[in-house]
Design a protein around this ligand. Structure first.
Ligand code: ATP
Ligand code: MG
Length: 418
């Protein structure tokens, strides 16, 4: 569980703002729901035999003896919140959320125990147009962030849950006959969650799978049409994609569409965004049947990618404009003067020196702060109503300016540039 230090937070804010702005342009609205939910909710939503529920949840009993869990993902809580608040009654909803998720995994690059996701969910829409819209949103986000050259879209269709049950039986049948050649993990999954064997990293297992039954041969016509429609939109919009028949995702609730955006630039944990359709989930969690589709982006992995590719604009670095020195017994005047400047000059960033000290020590701090200009208020200036304006990064002579003229001068200097 990482701390986010001030030097990194500008990149996070840059990313979070880009996402929030974009989603609002597509008419998605933010929803917030608790980080703790009943353990039962995740068992029912994510699935009893998934990695998440079997071994990754932070669960505990509260004082009432109820079992609660830190949320390992957002969709379950989002569905619970929407159902409980009547947001899904004969309505469509386009929603997003962001925040921490918790999974007790083996920590490594791109895999943390507290990580952050931005999730997007659309409810009440059965057709493939909304699946396609979600893909268009993500594609535009990558473009806006200038990482589109580094991520690739993989999509697949899982068909209906009935299709998957038939397929699962055929797959198990095929693999049972080759049981001894499977890796240990896959042998275990053969009885618990056989479709996860498809994305096994083991080479021998992958070789075995070459001649295994293909999911695509088992899915129904409606799912096929749904999938074709999405592909057609992507083709028309000029978004490249790869159909990956091995893509099954680690959560049980998906049906029909699943997709991942993957990068080669981050090593083994290359999936920066993943999602799909989950038409059965709302009903499964006790709501009236309501289709849903969504995705979640991994914020840490996106931040790593932005850093790796060096695409974060320098201008987000919270550059300080002014550092106001208060030398001598002028601390009260300094704070009030700074307030007046903040009222008059909306766009400037100004730090007031607090804590006293000599001129020499204060000007050192001013220089270190990165500010363009040091404003010097000493006792002489305070009594004559002036202030010293010292340019720290430009070869301009220090000036004494009337305090009443200062706002205008600063607005001229900084607002034009902003
Ligand atoms: P992966 O195969 O990478 O483990 P997943 O299938 O477990 O992913 P989802 O549950 O679909 O992932 O979560 C969506 C996204 O959230 C992932 O693509 C990834 O970017 C991010 N993510 C998931 N687990 C972690 C983690 N432990 N640490 C950091 N980011 C994560
Ligand atoms: Mg995982």
């Amino acid at each position: 569980m990482n701390d986010l230090l001030p030097e990194q937070s500008a990149t996070w804010q840059y990313l979070e703002r880009a996402v929030a702005d974009l989603l609002s342009r597509y008419s998605y609205r933010e929803i917030r729901f608790p980080i703790l939910e009943s353990t039962e909710l995740f068992k029912r939503a994510v699935g009893e035999v998934t990695d998440i529920v079997e071994k990754e949840m932070y669960s505990f009993e509260d004082r009432n003896g109820d079992s609660l869990s830190l949320r390992p993902e957002g969709t379950a809580g989002c569905v619970r919140a929407c159902t409980q608040n009547g947001l899904l009654h004969n309505q469509t909803q386009r929603l997003w959320y962001s925040g921490p998720m918790f999974r007790h995994e083996r920590p490594q690059k791109g895999r943390l125990r507290q990580f952050h996701q931005v999730g997007v969910e659309a409810f009440g829409l059965l057709g493939p147009d909304i699946d396609a819209e979600l893909l268009l949103i993500t594609a535009r986000l990558w473009k806006n962030l200038k990482i589109d050259h580094a991520v690739k879209l993989q999509i697949n269709s899982l068909g209906t849950s009935a299709d998957r049950a038939t397929y699962r039986a055929a797959l198990v049948d095929y693999l049972m006959q080759r049981h001894d050649q499977l890796d240990e993990d896959s042998q275990r999954r053969l009885t618990s969650n056989p479709m996860r064997i498809l994305d096994s990293k083991n080479e021998a297992t992958q070789a075995l799978l070459k001649d295994a039954p293909k999911l695509a041969d088992f899915i129904d016509q409606e799912s096929r049409d749904h999938f074709q429609h999405i592909c057609a939109v992507l083709d028309k919009a000029g978004i490249a994609y790869q159909i990956n028949q091995r893509l099954v995702r680690g959560l049980d609730y998906y049906s029909k569409t699943v997709f991942e955006w993957v990068t080669d630039s981050l090593g083994a944990q290359g999936t920066v965004c993943a999602g799909g359709r989950y038409d059965g989930l709302v009903e499964q969690l006790g709501g009236k049947p309501c289709p849903g589709v969504g995705f979640a982006m991994g914020v840490e992995r996106l931040v790593l990618l932005l850093d790796e590719l060096g695409v974060v604009p320098d201008s987000i670095g919270q550059q300080l404009d002014l550092y106001l020195l208060a030398v001598g017994n002028v601390e009260q005047q300094a704070l009030v003067l700074a307030e007046n400047l903040r009222t008059d000059c909306a766009n400037i960033r100004l730090e007031v020196h607090c804590g006293g000290g000599s001129f020499k020590s204060q000007i050192k701090k001013a220089d270190k702060s990165g500010a363009a200009i040091a404003l010097i208020l000493g006792e002489d200036e305070a009594s004559s109503g002036t202030i010293g304006v010292k340019y720290l990064r430009e070869d301009i002579q220090q000036q004494a300016v009337a305090q009443s003229d200062l706002s205008e001068l600063l607005n001229k200097k900084f607002n034009n540039a902003l």
